[in-house]
Write a protein of this length. Structure first.
Length: 113
């Protein structure tokens, strides 16, 4: 008799009224793992229209942060390029001054003889 009670409980557990919500819950959990997690703006927006201005303001701030980070990276690249240009320019000036000095020295030597 105990076996029948156990079997009837297990059949009731596997009934469509139990399986459908379980399957739906499982699919929501699995699909939730594949999407990005909501940020602050998403969370505030889900609260309702009364918070939409706050959500929009936060999203605008997030865009500015992203643009600012890109600008900083670009500026650092430009500084690197600028420092390379300065080094190359200084080397050219040293070589040029050396050539000028050598030329002046050669001229003086030829003029003396």
């Amino acid at each position: 008799m105990k076996t029948q009670i156990h079997n009837s409980n297990s059949h009731r557990f596997l009934s469509p009224s139990v399986l459908m919500p379980l399957a739906l819950s499982l699919s929501l959990v699995v699909s939730g793992c594949a999407t990005r997690s909501p940020d602050f703006a998403d969370s505030v927006a889900s609260e309702g229209d009364q918070y939409s201005a706050i959500s929009d303001k936060w999203a605008d701030g997030q865009k500015l942060v992203s643009k600012g980070e890109k600008r900083i990276r670009k500026g650092r690249e430009q500084i690197k390029d600028g420092n390379e240009n300065i080094s190359e320019g200084e080397a050219m000036m040293r070589r040029g001054k050396r050539l000028m000095t050598e030329s002046e020295e050669e001229y003086r030597l030829k003029k003396e003889f």
